[in-house]
Design a protein around this ligand. Sequence first.
Ligand code: ATP
Ligand code: MG
Length: 441
Amino acid sequence: MVLPSYLLPLFHRLEQSGHRCYAVGGCVRDSIMGISPQDYDLCTNARPEEVISLFSDYRCIPTGLRHGTVTVLTEGHPVEITTFRTEGSYTDGRRPDWVTFTPSLEEDLSRRDFTVNAMAFSPEEGIIDPFGGRQDLEKGLLRCVGNPDRRFTEDALRILRCLRFASTLGFSIHPNTAAALKNTASRLTLVSGERIGAELNKLLCGKQVRQILLDWPDVLGVVLPEILPMVGCPQRTPYHRYDVWGHTAAAVEAIPPKVELRLTMLFHDAGKPACAFTDESGTDHFYGHGKISAQLAQTALARLKWDRATSETVVELCLLHDRVLVPSLPAVKRLLNKIGPERLEQLILVKEADTLAQSKLALPRMEQHQQIRRLAQQILEEQSCFSRKDLAVTGKDLLALGIPAGPKMGEILEALLNAVMDGKISNQREALLQYLREERF
Ligand code: ATP
Ligand code: MG
């Protein structure tokens, strides 16, 4: 494992003052896997006050002094340095009742969640791995450090972290750890919405998300009860080959890994079970499910305190996802007018993922989605008019023609815009004014 050069002065200074220093946790795991770590966490036997005074010529932020963490800024990189610590009992299932500092690295590693996250590294000593993390990493295995039931009971967030790492790293879960997930899942209700939301975001963007959703709906359902009715809900139509949950899992995987898009696919059909209706031929229909899905998404996202922008995007896309889009220039201009270019591209991605997760019979729709995308590109490139502000006349021109400001003026501008979008008149001042006179608004 090679450390970035900006860390070396931190190691040297701690070691020269008689302390030990290691890189620890996620950065060791990622480096061994050949992934470049997002950030590096260090741990040391120096007390937080000592770290602050040793690095008095650096910018230090007392991130969590009581828990032993000081953030030192070096060459623009924030590096968390945490004193080796042990944790007391967890009576609330969320936070340790106390933490104490310890001189033992092994003790510090033993409080960590999974063996692959419980390794440390120093340039002098190499990799320190008391729990077989390296072997588990090679096998692609997530395994709790210590007794899994106890570890998940201590801190229920670890239940979700386990599924999150399985999704992002593409790992399997050791049978004992998997059994403990089931035993302790109900304790997830103890964890705050924000912390659950942060883990779910990462889980949904992971490469193995489809399998995790298929394998663990009951655990995820503790924090997202909205998903549960989808599991096993049949879709007897030639356009589908999975039940609603199987389709949802495939659709989540089929869309690019952006939080708002993945969340949209997670919820897009959540309203189906409530709308299901089987006709006399035995075919299932789900009329109006988009609206119910949007409501369910809104409730879940508000409960888990997702930010407003993400929540609004997801709700709107759920609402729009089964709207029929017509691949013609006027229709796409109207869409651009209504939802704007960014939302339209998101909607096309949603429709593509939805189609890819259906049966082969649905596949010809892919060409239509692509056609809509091409039309939108053409409209944007040609800077064609699709909103009132693009019109070559303004309210002022209408005033000059004696049309008073007010709702009537709004209607006239809208009529002009529609005529332009439909290609009845060109968006030129003279042509528009002429049209106004002729139509006698
Ligand atoms: P990421 O790539 O998401 O940052 P990470 O492994 O670095 O992954 P962090 O949340 O940054 O995860 O935590 C850093 C380390 O702290 C972990 O590798 C693990 O050793 C330990 N850790 C974090 N959260 C917990 C927890 N809830 N219980 C036990 N150990 C934890
Ligand atoms: Mg980290």
